[in-house]
Design a binder for this molecule. Structure first.
Ligand SMILES: NC(=O)C1=CN([C@@H]2O[C@H](COP(=O)(O)OP(=O)(O)OC[C@H]3O[C@@H](n4cnc5c(N)ncnc54)[C@H](O)[C@@H]3O)[C@@H](O)[C@H]2O)[C@H](O)CC1
Ligand SMILES: [K+]
Length: 458
């Protein structure tokens, strides 16, 4: 059972293509299923101990994996029952069913068990479970002491984070071969519990990955405040937001933070001046941040235009996202990172039918910028189609000012001169780690200060 951080995210089609490559290389569906079943049995044994197990098998190869695992767990001496939703319909799952020598209970009549293993549907789910089956399924999962989904909780579609019918939430999901988008994208991700990957011997390729702990180096002995990174934050109508972003930039490791606006109450370490456009052309500025609390009036627009006119790397957040034309960003030669939440994203790029990963990619291609599409399932995408998805963030991040903190954090990392996509990813990681450290009910100021500990942990 492998943790998911840093691993590739593959769609159902990419998984099937990987399976085809393995089969062209000499594997068979049966051999892949045997391997998957063996890995599942080992994982379930580790998780379940000696408790009685009920495995729910569906008609496809997900069900086939369930029959193989059931046989191996029974051979290992465990108390295992199988209930099937219908007869197996694929050749491999029929063969696996055939090798299960004990009874197969009708699904509708299956008695509960402490351990439930869901092998009803995996990446092949194409429509919601029928109402009766969905109700029975929820009952069995909810009364179990431990519920384990094989590949995906049955009822969620693999690639878009959507829940097709009411699906109970699981304690553990064992992703076969690789994580799929719905293990990370909301609302489906919330039903998966802990996600672990089982190696089934099918190598996968993808340009999408799960966010991993970044490799940021500490300052060297020759470092000074400007080589550590200088961040300039443009203040506006709501000065608290820019102050918060400045505070975050300091705690995320910037060497010098210049706040161009009202700095009342900000720490003395933050240098402050009234806004003047020429200040933005200082060649020592490693990252310019515009947007938090900027306002949306003519003055705000003028400040944004001044920022866009410089050749400094730029983070655009909050109000500035409402003022900017995404197609205009492409004309800039220096890097741009956009940090929209859902509403800002739709406002800028319109509604998209694509999943959140592809929507962020399309926005990155259109704007030529790195797009940080925020949420509990933040996606970072680059114009070259690289994408990184953050594991579910702390629910306590849903409080005022945390977006300003993220923007300041990303600006701090960007100011050190590292590649913008890596800077955005590292910023998202530091922000999430700071939130994890704080636990419940923190305020954005605490979050900014907790970045010191997050940064120190790298
Ligand atoms: N990808 C791999 O390398 C391996 C995957 N394995 C496992 O196989 C499943 C995918 O199997 P597949 O047969 O394609 O799909 P499912 O088992 O998810 O089920 C599809 C099956 O069910 C029918 N169906 C779809 N939705 C419903 C519904 N709501 N109600 C009733 N019937 C439905 C559909 O028509 C099909 O007949 C993957 O997740 C892994 O678990 C291999 O075992 C190992 C290699
Ligand atoms: K399943």
């Amino acid at each position: 059972m492998m943790p998911v951080d840093g691993r590739s995210i593959v769609t159902a089609d990419e998984m099937r293509a990987a399976e085809d490559v393995a089969i062209a290389g000499g594997a068979t569906v049966e051999s892949l299923m045997d391997r998957a079943g063996r890995e599942i049995a080992t994982a379930v044994r580790r998780l379940a101990g000696a408790s009685p197990i009920l495995i729910l098998c569906g008609p496809g190869n997900n069900g086939g994996d369930g029959y193989v695992a059931a046989r191996l767990l029974k051979e290992a001496g465990l108390d295992v029952r199988v209930a099937a939703l219908s007869e197996p319909r694929t050749e491999a799952s029929r063969a696996a069913r055939h090798r299960w020598s004990a009874a197969v209970e009708p699904f509708a009549e299956a008695a509960p068990a402490p351990i439930i293993v869901d092998a009803l549907f995996g990446i092949g789910l194409s429509r919601p479970l029928e109402t009766g089956a969905a109700t029975k399924f929820a009952e069995l999962v909810e009364t179990a002491t431990l519920s384990i989904a094989i590949d995906l909780p049955s009822g969620i579609s693999s690639d878009d984070g959507c829940i097709l019918a009411e699906v109970p939430s699981f304690d553990v999901t064992l992703a076969l071969g690789a994580v799929k988008p719905s293990h990370l994208l909301q609302p489906a991700a919330n039903l998966c519990g802990k996600v672990r990957i089982l190696d089934i011997g099918v190598p996968t390729r993808s340009r999408a990955r799960v966010l991993d702990r970044p490799a940021l180096t500490p300052p060297g002995p020759e470092a000074h405040k400007f080589t550590r990174g200088m961040v300039a934050v443009i203040g506006g109508a709501m000065p608290g937001a820019a102050r918060l972003a400045s505070l975050a930039a300091m705690h995320a490791g910037a060497g010098y933070v210049l706040l161009l606006g009202d700095a009342q109450g900000a720490p003395d370490a933050i240098v402050h001046k009234p806004f003047y456009p020429e200040a933005l052309s200082d060649v020592r500025i490693g990252a310019l941040l515009v947007g938090p609390g900027l306002g949306r009036d003519a003055e705000a627009q003028a400040k944004l235009d001044a920022a866009l006119a410089t050749d400094r790397p730029l983070v655009i957040d909050g109000d500035a996202l409402h003022l900017i034309d995404p197609d205009a960003i492409k004309r800039r030669s220096a890097p741009v990172i956009l940090t929209p939440h859902g509403g800002e994203f739709t406002g800028m790029f319109g509604r998209s039918d694509a999943n959140k990963i592809d929507a962020a990619r399309q926005a990155a291609v259109r704007s030529g910028a790195i797009v940080v599409f925020k949420g509990a399932d933040t996606v970072i995408a680059a114009p070259d189609k690289r994408a990184t998805v953050s594991r579910s963030a702390s629910v306590w991040l849903s409080t005022a000012g945390t977006g300003d903190v993220l923007a300041g954090t990303i600006a701090a990392v960007l100011s050190t001169g590292i590649e913008p996509y890596d800077a955005a990813s590292a910023g998202v990681w530091l922000h999430g780690d700071a939130a994890r450290r704080l636990g419940p009910a923190f305020v954005a100021d605490d979050l900014a200060r907790a970045l010191t500990a997050a940064r120190a942990s790298l």
